[in-house]
Design a protein. Structure first.
Length: 206
C-alpha cells in the first residue's frame, strides 16, 4: 500500500454522527472482492437520488470537495457491519484521512490496513476544522504523520495520538502482506531447513 507521510489537501465537512458502513458503501455494492472501483458508490444513498441523479446539497457533490482527500465527521464514524469495503470505497474515492471524535473499532482497524489514517480529536476541534473546511479550496489542511499534527489553514498545529506500531506501518506503507515480506529471508531459511530435516513429510520435499 502507499506510504502516508504528509498530506495537504481539501477537507470535506460531514457533520453527521453514527455514520455506519452501509451509508459509506451500501450492501448492494459488496459483490466485488477488488479494492478498486468502489469510489463511485461511496455514500451512494447520500450522494444520489433514486434515479441516480446527484443530490446537490451533499458535500462530495460540491465544488472542490469532489477531490477531497480528508473527511471530517462526528462521533462513532464507521459503525455497523464490519465490511472492509468501507475503507476501500473511501480510498478509491481519494480519501486518505478521516478525522472524528471516535470510530467503531473494526472500521478503525480496517482503515490502517488499507493506508487510511483515522485521527481522533475532540468534538469541539472537529467542529473548528469543519469551519475551516467550509472555505473549500481556499483553506487546505495538512496532516503530518511524522510530527503527529493537524495543521489548520491559519498555521495552528493540533497534536493527535497514534499507536507507534501503526504509525510505523503507515509511514512505511506496510499492510499485513508487507509486514510478512519483511521477514522473507528468515522464512526462506526456515523452509530450507524444514526440507533438509523433514524431507519425509508430505509436502516438504521439493
Amino acid at each position: 500500500m502507499n506510504k502516508f507521510t504528509k498530506l495537504t489537501g481539501v477537507a470535506a465537512p460531514l457533520p453527521m454522527a453514527n455514520v455506519d458502513t452501509d451509508k459509506i458503501i451500501p450492501a448492494r455494492f459488496l459483490k466485488t472482492i477488488k479494492r478498486t472501483g468502489l469510489g463511485v458508490h461511496l455514500f451512494d444513498t447520500l450522494r444520489f437520488d433514486a434515479d441516480g441523479n446527484e443530490r446537490p446539497e451533499f458535500v462530495l457533490n460540491q465544488g472542490p470537495y469532489r477531490k477531497a482527500e480528508i473527511l471530517i465527521a462526528h462521533e462513532n464514524f464507521g459503525c455497523g457491519s464490519s465490511r472492509e469495503h468501507a475503507p476501500w470505497a473511501l480510498l478509491d474515492f481519494g480519501i486518505r484521512c478521516v478525522i472524528a471524535p471516535d470510530f467503531a473499532d473494526i472500521f478503525h482497524n480496517n482503515t490502517f490496513k488499507n493506508g487510511i489514517l483515522p485521527i481522533r480529536l475532540p468534538r469541539a476541534i472537529c467542529d473548528q476544522l469543519m469551519e475551516d473546511a467550509r472555505q473549500g479550496d481556499n483553506a487546505r489542511i495538512t496532516i503530518d504523520l511524522e510530527e503527529q499534527v493537524v495543521v489548520r489553514p491559519n498555521g495552528e498545529k493540533i497534536p493527535f495520538e497514534i499507536d507507534p506500531f501503526r504509525k510505523h506501518l503507515l509511514l512505511n506503507g506496510l499492510d499485513d502482506i508487507g509486514q510478512t515480506l519483511q521477514h522473507a529471508a528468515s522464512i526462506d531459511t526456515y523452509e530450507a531447513k524444514q526440507k533438509d530435516e523433514k524431507s519425509w513429510m508430505p509436502g516438504i520435499a521439493v
